[in-house]
Structures are given as structure tokens and as C-alpha cells.
Design a protein around this ligand. Structure first.
Ligand code: HEM
Ligand SMILES: N=C(N)c1ccncc1
Length: 290
């Protein structure tokens, strides 16, 4: 499969800054969503799921076609909860009908990461909607029960190495798990809507106990209501992953720049961007108010 980026006709940085501002403003006005978690985390998860169907071996899947808009893809049980994100974006798409779904489902994650204090994420336009026949079969999303071998094998389909996988999973500092969605429980967390490197510090410093949760699934719990999925905890069980967990736990700048790079790589997987398509570094609401 070939995915050639085609910029939305006549649309440039100011247009996408308007989309960013509409998403960021709506996030602010609906900050009580999910017991005060806010919409940021679920928007980041949508940007990940809309890119997570990518397969480097035939260049299929990925964010290009915006296929998460189809029930065939969005109904994957492993995507339960993301209907909250697509419903949040419906009025945004109404206000900006010219934006492709692939661009919308990725720019929303960039907006959330930046508005939650994370690194600036250079973002490129030009994803083009493709039809229902392009929706990949379900089964390309990762399961939370996996161990380190599973996680390493899973990300081979993207061509990501150990360092990239650890940096990318640092996004699990945001938001929470919900019994009704994934069967994992995040009773309550410290700040679940600030983007920091604390996911790594928590992994190394907290006292983790593997316990059966109310849905019968095993998860790692620590005092103070934080939890780790088996695939999260795998990062400290595997010596090659552990090295990067230790690096990011003590160096937030390194985490921010490595997360930026692998997040861009994820959101752009499978897409040919002509070099005339310049990356946009969108401004935060705060930067625009100063
Ligand atoms: C091994 C790979 C991964 C697995 C197995 C996994 C699994 C999960 C699960 C089970 C949840 C809870 C869903 C719910 O119950 O609502 C979740 C939430 C989340 N995931 Fe992941 N994830 C993975 C990778 C990623 C990546 C690469 C990102 C982003 C770069 C990401 C971002 C998020 C965010 C932000 C949430 C919180 C959503 C919310 O608060 O509603 N995850 N993930
Ligand atoms: N490990 C976590 N606390 C986590 C947070 C959000 N989503 C998945 C896992």
C-alpha cells in the first residue's frame, strides 16, 4: 500500500492552529470529564489507536485513511472507551469539515500532549480519508496481558526498537484504566492529566503487588491508587527495556525529546510526505495568550 500525503486544499498553519485552538478550548471547558481526568488522555489514546493498525511489512494500516471513523474498526473491544473521543471530535469536524479524519485523529493527540505540559510535537498535514474496504481486520491492537517478549514482538510490526517502545509507553502517565472499558481498574491516580516522566519513576520506585482486580484480571497495584498493566510492568522485568526506564526516570528532557520523536514516527507511519509539506509546530493556548 502507498499513502501519499495531499495537503487539504488551501489550508495551512493558521487553519490548523484554529483546529488546535477549538480542541484545546473544548478540553478546557469540559475538564470535569471522567472525574476530572479531562479529555486529553482519551484523545491521546485515539491518536495511538488510529495509528496502531500499521504494518511495516506491507505498509498497510496506520493513521492515513482515518478508518477509525468506521464502526468496523472502532468496535474493536480493545478500543472500548474511545467512542468518548470520537464523540468529542464530532463538533470539531462540523466546524472544520475540510480536515481529513486522519489529520483530525492525529492533531487531537498533539493538542492534548502539548496542552497537558508535554513536549512540542511537530505535526504534518495531508492524510486522506480512504473507504471502508481499507479498514484492516481487527486483531492489530496490543493486549494488556502481554510480557516483555510479547511487547517486543508486537512493536516489530512497526519497526520500533527497545528505546522507542519504552519512550512511547511513557504516555501511560496520562489518564486511567476503566473496568467498564478494558477490565483493568485505575481506582484513582495522582495527577492523571499532566504529561511528565513520572510513569518511569513510579515503575522503579513504587512497591508493586500483582493482584486480581474486580474483573478477574491480574494487574500491578501500588499504594496511592496507581496501577500498571502487565505490559507496562514488563518494562522493568526485561533488562534491555529497564535500561531505558532508568534513563527516562532521571532525565525528563531526554524523555520529552525521545517521546516527541517516536510519537511523530507513530503518527506518520506509512505515509509519504513530500518535503514541500512542512511540519507545523502548533502554539499552546498559553503561548498565544502571553
Ligand atoms: C503495549 C501497548 C499498549 C497497551 C497494551 C495499552 C493498553 C491500554 C489499556 C488497557 C488502557 C485502559 C483503557 C480503559 O480501560 O479505558 C489504556 C489507556 C491509555 N493508553 Fe494505552 N496501551 C498501550 C500503548 C499505548 C500507547 C503507545 C499510547 C500513546 C502513545 C497509549 C496511550 C494511552 C492513554 C493516554 C490511555 C488513557 C486513556 C483514558 O484515560 O481514557 N497507550 N491503554
Ligand atoms: N499504567 C497506567 N497507570 C496506565 C494509565 C493509563 N492507561 C493505561 C495504563
Amino acid at each position: 500500500t502507498v499513502h501519499i500525503a495531499k495537503p487539504e486544499k488551501g489550508k495551512s498553519l493558521t487553519d490548523f492552529q484554529s483546529v488546535y485552538n477549538a480542541i484545546a478550548t473544548k478540553m478546557k471547558s469540559e475538564s470535569d470529564y471522567d472525574d476530572g481526568t479531562g479529555y486529553g488522555p482519551v484523545l491521546v489514546r485515539l491518536s495511538w489507536h488510529s495509528s496502531a493498525t500499521y504494518n511495516i511489512h506491507d505498509n498497510s494500516g496506520g493513521s492515513y485513511g482515518g478508518t477509525f471513523r468506521f464502526k468496523k474498526e472502532a468496535s474493536d473491544p480493545l478500543s472500548k472507551g474511545l467512542e468518548n473521543a470520537t464523540k468529542f471530535l464530532d463538533p470539531i469536524h462540523e466546524e472544520f469539515p475540510w480536515i481529513s479524519h486522519g489529520d483530525l485523529y492525529t492533531i487531537c493527540g498533539v493538542t492534548a500532549i502539548q496542552e497537558l505540559g508535554g513536549p512540542k510535537i511537530p505535526w504534518r498535514q495531508g492524510r486522506v480519508d480512504t473507504g471502508p474496504e481499507t479498514v484492516p481486520a481487527q486483531g492489530r491492537l496490543p493486549v494488556p496481558e502481554g510480557d516483555a517478549t510479547y511487547v517486543r514482538k508486537y512493536y516489530e510490526r512497526f519497526g520500533f526498537d527497545d528505546q522507542e517502545v519504552v519512550a512511547l509507553l511513557g504516555a501511560h502517565i496520562l489518564g486511567k484504566t476503566h473496568l467498564k472499558n478494558s477490565g483493568y481498574d485505575g481506582p484513582w491516580d495522582d495527577d492523571t492529566n499532566i504529561f511528565t516522566n513520572e510513569f518511569f519513576g513510579n515503575l522503579l520506585e513504587r512497591d508493586w503487588t500483582l493482584e486480581k482486580n474486580d474483573s478477574g484480571r491480574m494487574q500491578y497495584n501500588a499504594k496511592g491508587g496507581i496501577m500498571m498493566l502487565p505490559t507496562d510492568y514488563a518494562l522493568v522485568q526485561d533488562p534491555k527495556y529497564l535500561k531505558y526506564v532508568q534513563k527516562y526516570a532521571k532525565d525528563q528532557d531526554a524523555f520529552f525529546s525521545d517521546f516527541r520523536d517516536i510519537y511523530v514516527k507513530l503518527l506518520e507511519s506509512g505515509i509519504d510526505f513530500d518535503e514541500s509539506i512542512e511540519p507545523f509546530v502548533l502554539k499552546t493556548l498559553k503561548e498565544q495568550s502571553e
